[in-house]
Design a protein around this ligand. Structure first.
Ligand SMILES: [Fe+2]
Length: 405
């Protein structure tokens, strides 16, 4: 990246950083069990709600308790259970039609990031009935209050339960884009370990490392606040203390609860302080090959941290202390390297590899351009890279190896 581009990126990021204190960021109210939803609905005088979920979560019986509870207590629960792993414009539109037909008053996104994002996107269309999703894509395009939205994550997690974003895919063009505005932050998030107990180890591992990446990328970036630094460190502490246990013993309720808390904190940190290139590169890969976002991000994270070098050593030392692999008096370089090693090690212990087999060498240049377009100028990364420089990360994770750019 040339000097002029770097200056442009940094000025852009500085402008957004200055705006943080005046922007209406808020954290969703935390509800510790699904039962608490009833009190909230009563308080808001809401009688008809729409549950947005996917067929797998519903067939596993995870939504059953809430559906029955709502019915027993006299609420009408309309269920939309056709969410797919990358929510499409058609899915969101279908869910919106059902919401309007049944005269619903609130949304409950119940599932992984896709179900929560679908509920949030439906909320955006309800708030802006004359717009389509494409019009609402990008930053600050909604500007109107959405219906009451409650997020119930069944993975820990994408952080969608706390963020300003909802990601959708246009199935015709293949274009994946995010709606990002403050009304999309859910009003409440239910962090109930019962909803994550059936999550398979591989998904637990990938989504858990995604959570770690949210906290780490937010923390090492240049737009942190005292609060997001605190949230990120708490998230890192929880992931290192609980993820391996949650992967190896899915019914460990305490580990599951702590991972839900970690996901919430990681989401709260990155929705204010952004993610970085591990995410930008990962998004380009998951869009192209439909590989799980959490896993690809987990694989990329240590490579990206190594590439930044000594610039981020002070931050890495703080993260190493939070992870329990260094002390205050550990020498900075040693602590920083210990943290990166701890990420490699955690990946290995929970079954995450070091390469992405789906990646094809001939796609790298195009994917790197997509990653650069996502990251620059928005992500306040510690070291700026253009598309050509970002290619190195694809070669890092290329199974067959190859020459770095
Ligand atoms: Fe992520």
């Amino acid at each position: 990246m040339n000097i002029a581009e770097k200056v442009y990126c940094r000025v852009f990021q500085f402008g957004f950083k200055l705006a943080i204190p005046v922007l209406p960021y808020r954290n969703p109210e935390v509800l510790n069990s699904v039962e608490r939803i009833l009190e909230m609905l009563k308080e808001k005088k809401i009688e008809r709600v729409m549950l947005v979920t996917d067929g797998v979560v519903r067939s596993l019986g995870i939504t059953k308790h809430l559906e029955e509870l709502l019915g027993r207590k006299g609420f009408t629960a309309v269920v939309y259970d056709r969410v797919q792993s990358n929510p499409t414009v058609r899915i969101v539109e279908e869910a919106r039609q059902l919401y309007l037909q049944k005269d619903c008053q609130a949304l409950i996104g119940f599932g992984g990031g896709s179900s929560m994002d679908t509920a949030k996107a439906v909320g955006a269309l309800i708030a802006r009935p004359k717009s389509n999703l494409e019009d609402l894509g990008g930053i600050l395009r909604i500007w109107k209050k959405t219906p009451l939205t409650i997020a119930i994550p069944t993975t820990a997690g994408t952080g969608s339960e706390t963020t300003v974003a909802a990601v959708v895919v246009d199935e015709e063009s293949g274009h994946k884009y995010a709606l990002m505005d403050f009304p999309l932050i859910p009003d409440a998030a239910v962090l109930d370990p019962e909803t994550t107990l059936t999550l398979p180890p591989r998904v637990t591992a990938g989504t858990g490392m995604d959570t770690l990446a949210h906290a780490v990328e937010a923390y090492i970036g240049r737009s942190t606040t005292k609060q997001t630094r605190r949230e990120a460190l708490r998230c890192v502490r929880l992931v290192f203390g609980n993820l391996e246990r949650a992967v190896k013993n899915g019914s460990d309720r305490k580990a599951r609860r702590n991972m839900l808390r970690a996901s919430y904190l990681g989401g709260a940190a990155f929705t204010v302080s952004y993610v970085g290139y591990a995410h930008a590169v990962s998004h380009s890969l998951s869009g192209k090959y439909n590989v799980p976002h959490g896993e690809t991000t987990a694989i990329l994270l240590p490579y990206v941290l190594e590439a930044y070098g000594t610039t981020i050593y002070p931050q890495l030392k703080a993260l190493a202390i939070a992870a329990g692999v260094a002390h205050m008096d550990t020498e900075e370089a040693l602590a920083a390297q210990s943290f990166i090693r701890a990420v490699w090690e955690l990946n290995r212990r929970i079954g995450i590899g070091t390469k992405i087999p789906e990646l094809k060498k001939e796609d790298i240049a195009k994917l790197a351009r997509l990653a650069a377009a996502e990251g620059n100028p928005v992500y306040p990364v510690p070291v700026l890279y253009g598309a050509k420089e970002l290619e190195r990360f694809y070669y890092d994770v290329l199974e067959e190896g190859g020459t770095r750019a």
